[in-house]
Design a protein around this ligand. Structure first.
Ligand SMILES: Nc1nc(=O)c2c([nH]1)NC[C@@H]1CN(c3ccc(C(=O)N[C@@H](CCC(=O)O)C(=O)O)cc3)C=[N+]21
Length: 296
């Protein structure tokens, strides 16, 4: 039986509409103050430029004021740190995002550690990750992509408590925090990675699969249990002369195969990607609301 599609694009759109109303209420309540998001972009990567443009557009739609610093590929680490310090000190900025990856001559860790945790809307600060890992504690912000995955599961009516979940991939920005979030929802979580023995067999036992390994279509149909729910985080460009842009986007899941087995599945594009941006705005609005309440 073919799986039901989880429409991330439509769900993200709905979330933006909900937030638009919330932002209007915040403004009303706090003398016209609006949430602000600052994005720091270093270099000219095409994909980064696309995401940054999409973020700005989404901010406008919701009523978040966007700030941006575009630095040349050759910018020094000190210049990036200076941009971050400026936004840390700016009371009209409630969220700071430094677009990754940074050029290799810049120490990513040092830059991320410099972002004030109250403005860490990416949720990448070690203090936020540490709190996410601890029972009885709460981070100020949860990383946007894994947060979007959980939101898709919840809004698709997927029960999580007591379920077996497999996360394919162990990155700091997706796999690891996704596993922590699923565990917080009382799933029993297995993290599968490049050194896992019998990865396919282990994955095929899971009720819920989050694929975030960064390898095009690696998760085949035989990795998926009949009736499982599949969230595909991957965005991989594969050459395709017949496609409009000369390439098409595929996920980390073989969609055609997996959708024969899954009960519900996200597409690529139109799945997790738009949710990542919606959750970034969510974090920014939440951060601003906290700050406004503290100031009042
Ligand atoms: N500090 C930081 N935070 C991030 O959250 C971050 C980052 N750096 N660096 C790059 C990745 C990637 N990322 C995406 C966001 C939206 C889509 C998205 O909306 N994709 C659309 C289509 C994209 C297209 O057509 O090219 C979709 O999947 O439907 C994709 C990828 C955020 N990232």
């Amino acid at each position: 039986m073919a799986a039901q599609l989880i429409d991330g694009k439509a769900i993200a759109e709905q979330i933006r509409q909900e937030m638009k109303a919330e932002v209007a209420e915040l403004k009303e309540k706090f003398g016209g103050k609006a949430p602000g998001l600052a994005v720091v972009l270093v270099g000219q990567r095409k994909d980064s430029q696309t995401y940054v443009r999409n973020k700005k557009k989404a901010c406008e739609e919701v009523g978040i004021v966007s700030f941006g610093t575009d630095l040349d590929e050759s910018a020094t680490e000190a210049e990036v740190l200076q941009a971050v310090a400026g936004y840390n000190a700016d009371p009209s900025v409630h969220g700071i995002l430094v677009q990754l990856p940074l050029p290799p001559h810049i120490d990513e860790q040092r830059v991320l550690d410099a972002i004030s945790i109250e403005k860490d809307v990416d949720g990448f600060h070690p203090l936020n990750i540490g709190r996410l890992a601890m029972r009885g504690r709460d981070p100020l912000f949860v990383p946007c992509t894994p947060k979007g995955c959980l939101e898709l599961l919840k809004r698709s009516g997927v029960a999580l408590s007591g379920k077996k979940a497999a996360v394919v991939g162990r990155s700091n920005i997706v796999g690891m925090p996704a596993a922590l979030l699923l565990q917080r929802e009382d799933c029993t979580v297995t993290v599968i990675h490049s050194r896992t023995a019998n990865a396919q067999r282990i994955c095929a036992e899971a009720d819920i699969v989050i694929a975030a390994c960064g390898k095009a279509e690696m998760v085949g149909g035989d990795w998926i249990k009949e009736g499982a729910v599949v969230i595909d985080v991957g965005i991989n460009a594969v050459d395709d002369a017949t496609a409009k842009r000369g390439y098409r986007l595929v996920g980390d899941v073989n969609f055609a195969e997996a959708s024969e087995k899954a009960s519900q599945i996200t597409p690529v594009p139109g799945g997790v990607g738009p949710m990542t941006i919606a959750m970034l705005l969510r974090n920014c609005v939440d951060g601003a609301a906290r700050t406004f309440a503290a100031e009042a």
